[in-house]
Design a protein around this ligand. Structure first.
Ligand SMILES: *[C@@H]1O[C@H](CO)[C@@H](O)[C@H](O)[C@H]1NC(C)=O
Ligand SMILES: *[C@@H]1O[C@H](CO)[C@@H](O)[C@H](O)[C@H]1NC(C)=O
Ligand SMILES: *[C@@H]1O[C@H](CO)[C@@H](O)[C@H](O)[C@H]1NC(C)=O
Ligand SMILES: *[C@@H]1O[C@H](CO)[C@@H](O)[C@H](O)[C@H]1NC(C)=O
Ligand SMILES: *[C@@H]1O[C@H](CO)[C@@H](O)[C@H](O)[C@H]1NC(C)=O
Ligand SMILES: *[C@@H]1O[C@H](CO)[C@@H](O)[C@H](O)[C@H]1NC(C)=O
Ligand SMILES: *[C@@H]1O[C@H](CO)[C@@H](O)[C@H](O)[C@H]1NC(C)=O
Length: 824
């Protein structure tokens, strides 16, 4: 689709018929502003969000011309290398091959379910999780009538044609919890899998239509308890807006997410019901919903670029339990708009709330137009921040504990907003860009790695074949298509400027052998550009992993400089070390052994997960999970494992302009996030976990100190005097950097030597001493909204000085600081 078409499509919005001038103009303007990143995108790439949006609003999907999609017509030769039957197991399933009609009259429920369940997959209730049964269930354009839930299985991608977005239409007598049920309740009312272990799945490009279900009947679009490396993207929810409607778009009650973007909700009682530890949601639009977002519980939640139009309440987080305690931990909400809405934020936090920081909220750069009350104190219906019958912008307002850098100071009111460097912004908002779907390209523009000779079978050394395909594609302007599979590499894979790489169902690049196993001369597994080179690389939907001991593996090394205004990007690209079939770092190889102090060097794998080097800049990361496994994904009991990876994400980009949207980094030895000699970083939300084995061994081992960039525990935790839990992985370190702006951080230490006693509420000895560290001398404009820590005595350290202690800031489970500023 071209730029001109899009503007043409947007103007006759359905909304326009309902609003009077000048609201029409305002609505259109807001939508244009909301989606502007797509149509002004300099390389005209990503139109898919707008596509689904406009297909619903402007032309109506029924009238749309069916349009092909490269992924539907490309040869399907993806495999699951470590499946029990790799020769017969199908990764790709087109629902029409299983009998679905998509004709709007046939009940397609059973056919779709056959497409999902085919091939001995990881079914809810029968299987805990699996790394070798991933699948893509593809939906061509059409209207698929469903009478009960489409029950998704573990590691399943449900993907619609973005050029002809399929409609999942619930029948009037629909029965089930979710048109898509991402985790179907089992007998006894238990969720399958364990919501915090649900990884690696997506739902993209759908219209979910509940409008045939009578308004008074409860109905749900997607039930989605979920965790890291998952996403919902480019989905329209159509619900009844009749009085008393009981429809809801998304329902999440548990998990440790996660990311979602580009969602549009029409009508309903609730657009989204959100309950999960933490999440990043971006680019959501709610029209004519009673309550756009019902936050039932959380620790921390990041809301970026949200539009709420003609609703009663925008974000309702006024949730208390039977004992009047706050249930919602905190929310950070920014670059957003509320139009024709009664209450933007409904909260129940006040000066006397228990726990002390429960219900914390930060708002920044939120515009209101015809909004009754900006922030309403629910229990007594009192305006904490007034609305307006015309329009206004809330530059920054917070409720919670504030440190500047000393504290705690309780605040409910206006404060100065973060100082945003212009280079991180697009039209005054933080730059954003959704994952490219390359929907406009024909299948002839793609170059398959399997067609190019790589095997992806988890055995063959594919280094040379992959390099040939990648090099040739960059030279000829093709997109590299990684068919599903596990591709072994024995030396560095080089990705040159100009590369576009997209994977099917998270294909894995897996390092193996001696080249990556020298602890003091680490080598990149995947190297993006060489220092001094510039250009753009786009990379999505893949994983980088290791087999066996790889003590010198730099999983991803990013050297490439990119032009300002057109950053390079990495979407849904993850590192995954250990815990899976074929990794040789499973329970059988690397079991957790709390009662032993022996370090098994065969379980040292990964020197650093991702290094953004000094020469790199202008890089956008979205939904990236750098994970060293804490348990064996294929073990029926999910038993814990001990695998050592040296470091998480190291950012040393001198020019900076780094966006980290919905990223998490877990279980690395010395630190999770470390920013050093860098500048201009947007990060929201970031999430970390300390390795479960620490302090057995401590973070001093098994990787020797890198005196250039590692935090030096010998200085901060002198062996003779420091507590045993002092030398533990930092969640976040900022050294000699400026403009590091964090919008939501969940930094957790749940374990000490595999025991959770240290993170239990009221624990007297916490799991570790400190979580966030920055240097006083050389760091400037380091700010955090919504910092949540678990299991750390000191939430923030300035050098060796503890600035914030957990027990002054107790929240629903973590401790929370709603706003931190390293300078007064
Ligand atoms: C984007 O597409 C429009 C319309 O096809 C074209 O005029 C414009 O030059 C394109 N921009 C770039 C940077 O390719
Ligand atoms: C607002 O939403 C209600 C349904 O809640 C709908 O009936 C009404 O038409 C909408 N108004 C406008 C101006 O869009
Ligand atoms: C706001 O929250 C209170 C609970 O504190 C609730 O009773 C009230 O219904 C909510 N307001 C609206 C308009 O939903
Ligand atoms: C806030 O958002 C608006 C768009 O809604 C934008 O025009 C403005 O410049 C933004 N930035 C700041 C820092 O206010
Ligand atoms: C991984 O384990 C398999 C099966 O035991 C074995 O064949 C292979 O050599 C091992 N790979 C490494 C790198 O140790
Ligand atoms: C770790 O915990 C185990 C019990 O699970 C205990 O036997 C062992 O002594 C502990 N080790 C250290 C170093 O604390
Ligand atoms: C130490 O870290 C720096 C980056 O800060 C890196 O360039 C260097 O290669 C590392 N040295 C070793 C031995 O890993």
């Amino acid at each position: 689709m071209r730029v001109t078409d899009i503007i043409g499509l947007l103007l006759p919005l359905a909304l326009a018929e309902k609003l009077v001038i000048p609201e029409v103009e305002e609505a259109v303007r807001l939508q244009l502003a909301q989606f502007s990143e797509y149509y002004v995108d300099a390389d005209n790439q990503t139109l898919d969000s707008l596509d689904a949006f406009s297909s619903h609003n402007a032309r109506g999907v029924e009238e749309r011309q069916a349009s092909s999609y490269w992924y539907e017509s490309i040869a399907h030769q993806g495999i699951s290398a470590f499946n029990d039957n790799p020769a017969s197991y199908k990764v790709y399933r087109n629902v029409k091959d299983y009998g679905a009609k998509g004709d709007g009259t046939t009940d397609d429920t059973a056919a779709i379910q056959r497409a999902i369940s085919d091939g001995n997959r990881c079914a809810p209730g029968a299987c805990a999780s699996s790394s070798s049964t991933n699948a893509v269930v593809y939906f061509p354009g059409g209207t698929y009538l469903v009478s009960s839930s489409i029950v998704s299985y573990y590691a399943t991608h449900l993907i619609g044609n973005p050029n002809d977005v399929p409609i999942l239409k619930a029948t009037a007598v629909f029965n089930g919890f979710g048109v898509i049920d991402g985790a179907q309740y089992q007998a006894g009312g238990v969720l399958p899998y364990g919501a915090t272990n649900i990884f690696w799945r997506q739902v993209n490009n759908f219209i979910i239509d509940l409008t045939a279900i009578p308004a008074e009947n409860a109905a749900t679009g997607i039930h989605w308890p979920t965790s890291q490396a998952t996403s919902l993207k480019n989905i329209v929810f159509r619900m009844s807006s009749n009085a008393g409607t009981q429809h809801q778009g998304i329902f999440i009650e548990e998990g440790s997410g996660g990311f979602m973007s580009d969602l549009t909700f029409y009508g309903g009682k609730y657009g989204a019901v959100f309950g999960n530890q933490q999440f990043t949601v971006r680019n959501l639009a709610f029209y004519d919903v009673v309550t756009a977002i019902n936050q039932i519980w959380n620790w921390g939640w990041t809301f970026q670029n949200i539009l709420v139009s003609n609703c009663t309440v925008g974000l309702d987080m006024a949730t208390r339990d039977a004992n009047s305690k706050e249930v919602v931990g905190s929310a950070v909400f920014f670059d957003s708009s509320f139009v024709n809405t009664k209450i933007a934020f409904n909260i129940s936090r006040n000066a006397n709330s228990t726990p002390r920081t429960g219900g914390s909220l930060a708002i920044e750069n939120v515009s209101l137009r015809n909004v009754g009350t900006a922030v309403n104190y629910g229990p007594t219906t009192t305006a904490l921040l007034a609305g307006t019958t015309s329009s206004t912008v809330i530059t920054s307002w917070v409720s919670g504990q504030v440190y500047r850098p000393n504290g705690p100071n309780k605040l409910a009111g206006t404060q100065e907003p973060f100082t945003r460097p212009a280079s991180l912004l697009s039209n005054g908002k933080y730059y954003q860009r959704s994952k490219p779907s390359y929907a406009e390209l024909p299948s002839s523009s793609f170059s398959s790695v399997r067609a190019g000779g790589a095997k992806g079978d988890g055995k063959t050394d594919d280094t040379a074949a992959l390099q040939r395909v990648i090099t040739a594609a960059a030279a000829s302007g093709k997109v590299v298509y990684f068919d599903a599979g596990t591709y072994i590499v024995t030396s560095t894979l080089f990705i040159p400027a100009g590369s576009k790489i997209v994977g099917e169902a998270y294909p894995v690049i897996m390092s193996r052998g001696a080249f990556f196993n020298t602890i003091n001369t680490p080598q990149p597994v995947v190297r993006i550009g060489n220092p001094g080179q510039s250009g753009i690389v786009e990379w999505s939907d893949m994983m980088v992993s290791t087999q066996g001991a790889q003590a010198g593996a730099i999983m991803i090394q990013w050297n490439l400089a990119s032009p300002s205004g057109t950053p390079s990007g990495m979407w849904d690209v993850h590192t995954r070390i250990g815990g899976t079939k074929g990794s040789n770092l499973s329970y059988a190889d690397c079991p957790a052994t709390p009662s032993s102090t022996v370090i098994n060097n065969n379980c040292r794998s990964g020197n650093i997960a991702m290094h953004i080097t000094p020469s790199a800049n202008n890089l956008y990361l979205e939904n990236v999970w750098l994970w060293t496994a804490d348990h064996d994904v294929d073990d029926p009991q999910l038993r814990q494992i001990t695998v050592y990876t040296g470091r998480g994400l190291l950012v040393e980009s001198q020019l900076g302009n780094i966006w980290l949207v919905g990223t998490s980094v877990e279980h690395h030895v010395r630190y999770q996030y470390l920013f050093r000699n860098t500048q201009n970083v947007y990060a929201g939300q970031i999430q970390t976990e300390t390795p479960y084995y620490q302090p057995n061994p401590s973070a001093r081992s098994p990787f020797p100190l890198n005196t250039t960039s590692d935090p030096n525990f010998d200085v901060s935790c002198p062996k003779a005097t420091a507590a045993a839990n002092c030398a533990e992985a930092w969640g976040l370190v900022v050294k000699a950097s400026k403009n590091v702006l964090v919008y939501g951080a969940g930094l957790y230490s749940f374990f000490s030597n595999y025991s959770t006693a240290c993170s239990a509420a009221g624990a007297s000895t916490l799991c570790q001493q400190g979580m966030v560290l920055y240097d006083a001398a050389a760091t400037s404009n380091f700010r955090i909204y919504g910092l949540n820590t678990v299991g750390a005595y000191g939430m923030i350290y300035k050098d060796t000085v503890r600035m914030a202690t957990y027990d002054y800031n107790i929240n629903v489970f973590p401790s929370s600081i709603i706003s931190f500023n390293n300078a007064v």
